[in-house]
Ligand binder design. Structure first.
Ligand SMILES: Cc1cc2nc3c(=O)[nH]c(=O)nc-3n(C[C@H](O)[C@H](O)[C@H](O)COP(=O)(O)OP(=O)(O)OC[C@H]3O[C@@H](n4cnc5c(N)ncnc54)[C@H](O)[C@@H]3O)c2cc1C
Ligand SMILES: NC(=O)c1ccc[n+]([C@@H]2O[C@H](COP(=O)([O-])OP(=O)(O)OC[C@H]3O[C@@H](n4cnc5c(N)ncnc54)[C@H](O)[C@@H]3O)[C@@H](O)[C@H]2O)c1
Length: 474
């Protein structure tokens, strides 16, 4: 007979969501069982954010060496040692791994079970020889690459984020299917490391972002030699002598583009297979789980968080949702997940960062809006660094409160922090205009955009009247 555990909380999946939930719940004194069938740390640590950003960091160094001549620095002929690049990537993963490890979570008081979990009834989860009958269970099983139904694709070798970081040799000619964050981040990184890169998408690149912002990154990719075919029909995939070919149609009939390797980056699907959701009474569709705003499933004892809950698929969203689930599951407190004020960053060069409403959504939500832009080429630090591509775009409501911001440019992922605070705390743009910020920094871009709004207000006829009145005073 199997052992039965009866904790307060059973968490399935030790990725960003599951780890946040397990550590916070254990820290609050709850008894927690955390079940993981693969690597502790999930996608982000092992095959997602961490290795991709480490690869991007190596590629950035290669690019900096190539561009050094513009600063009067001659570096000689540059070579990339791909094995050493991958050693750096795996080294970064290894340095972070102890934070997410079984040993650390056990020390925090969490019972870690290394096995596949599945529901056997509405309350009980089975993992190997164990049965866990918890007060509340959380599905934090993440997502897997969604493989599109392109004819012939199943018969050709392809990479996904789950295998690309295992490459031991630099792909000579890399085809990337999908121009979302994964396709563009990895496509640019491989190009900088020396691959020929062609990216293909059936829609627009980075469709969720503002096209005027995305344009800066697309310009950089083109200048660096990445070929992009957007809004094309992908007819088929097939094997060719030295690799793989995609048959695409851009309106003039089908034609073949070939590569030595193919990377599929066409989105994600929640990882829900073999979880016994029927036995659990957890309703779901092929698109994912049905969850309420408080992240509760159709079974009142079962919650979901992170990619498994349907996204948006970001580590900080998984962590944020984890916090909400702990509040709801342990304390019965009301919670509601709202994706709008959560920022996101695409780590291309230039980076793209966004928070809140875009211009169209703001127009739909507010009677009047303000749109304020400031370009990087007007910033002294950006000029000194030779990093002048990009601009900031800020959206305000009729009362001058910040409802959204988006930018492409150097360190956009850092610069968005101020705007995330402004959106989340409902600051007026005048508050940012009134800040005194250090010179010369990229962050001054934020204040310059905000000052435009103040200047606009100063053209108000009332301001002239006040000045004329004050003039008359002794
Ligand atoms: C290439 C790439 C780059 C990314 N870059 C970024 C980035 O820069 N910034 C960002 O915010 N986000 C990024 N993301 C997204 C981020 O990785 C995910 O949003 C995040 O990992 C989701 O966390 P999670 O806990 O929901 O799922 P996961 O991290 O996927 O964890 C789920 C865990 O559940 C386990 N599991 C599944 N089923 C079972 C089962 N039946 N029993 C036991 N265990 C199970 C899995 O093995 C896995 O370890 C990136 C993703 C990819 C693919
Ligand atoms: N910097 C980050 O935070 C970061 C980085 C990487 C991934 N992620 C997360 O992971 C998620 C998945 O990333 P992604 O880039 O795989 O997905 P995505 O959904 O963002 O983009 C997929 C792209 O593939 C295209 N596509 C889909 N089917 C296609 C087909 N049959 N033929 C051609 N093109 C097709 C879509 O039009 C889309 O542009 C992201 O949405 C994001 O949430 C985040």
């Amino acid at each position: 007979m199997s052992d039965i555990l009866t904790p307060d909380l059973c968490v399935i999946g030790a990725g960003s969501a599951g780890l946040t939930i397990a550590s916070s719940a254990a820290g609050l004194g709850a008894s927690v069982v955390l079940i993981e069938k693969g690597e502790m740390g999930g996608d982000c640590l092992n095959v997602g954010c961490v290795p991709s950003k480490a690869l991007i960091a190596a590629a950035k160094r290669a690019h900096a060496v190539r561009c050094a001549g513009a600063f009067g620095v001659k570096a000689g002929e540059m070579t990339v040692d791909f094995a050493a690049v991958m050693a750096h990537v795996h080294g970064v993963v290894a340095t972070i791994a102890p934070t997410d490890s079984e040993a650390r979570y056990t020390a925090l008081g969490v019972r870690v079970v290394r096995d596949a979990a599945r529901f056997v009834d509405t309350r009980t989860v089975e993992a190997g020889a164990l049965r866990i009958r918890a007060r509340r269970t959380v599905i934090a099983t993440g997502s897997r690459p969604a493989i599109p139904p392109v004819p012939g694709l199943a018969a050709v070798p392809y990479l996904t984020n789950e295998t690309v970081f295992g490459l031991t040799a630099l792909p000579e000619r890399l085809l990337v299917l999908g121009a979302g964050p994964i396709g563009l981040e990895l496509g640019q990184a491989f190009r900088r490391l020396g691959s020929e890169v062609t990216i293909v998408d059936s829609g627009p690149p980075l469709a969720r972002e503002d096209p005027e912002i995305v344009a800066h990154t697309l310009g950089a990719l083109k200048r660096e030699g990445v070929t992009l075919h957007a809004r094309v029909t992908v007819v088929a995939a097939k094997r060719v002598a030295d690799g793989v070919a995609l048959v695409i149609d851009e309106g003039a009939g089908p034609r073949e583009i070939a590569g030595t390797h193919l990377l599929i980056a066409t989105g994600r699907k929640p990882a829900l297979a073999d979880l016994g959701l029927e036995a659990a009474g957890v309703r779901h569709t092929p698109a994912g789980l049905k969850v309420s705003r408080s992240l509760r499933t159709s079974n009142r004892r079962v919650y979901a968080a992170g990619d498994a809950a349907g996204g948006p698929n970001f580590t900080h969203v998984a962590g944020h949702q984890g916090g909400l689930v702990v509040r709801a599951a342990l304390f019965g407190l009301p919670t509601a997940f709202d994706a709008t004020p959560i920022p996101r960053v695409t780590f291309t060069d230039p980076e793209i960062a966004t928070v809140g409403l875009d211009e169209d959504a703001a127009r739909a939500a507010h009677k009047t809006i303000g749109v304020w832009r400031w370009p990087f080429h007007e910033n002294d630090r950006a000029r000194a660094e030779g990093r002048v591509a990009g601009h900031l775009k800020v959206i305000t409501d009729g009362r001058g409160r910040v409802v959204g911001a988006s930018l492409a440019g150097e360190q956009a992922g850092e610069l968005i922090h101020l705007w995330a605070a402004a959106v989340q705390k409902k600051w007026a743009l005048t508050e940012i205009a009134s800040l005194t910020l250090p010179y010369p920094t990229l962050g001054e871009i934020s204040r310059r955009a905000a000052i435009l709004h103040v200047a606009d207000r100063l053209t108000n006829p009332w301001v002239g009247r006040i000045i004329r009145f004050v003039r008359k005073l002794p």
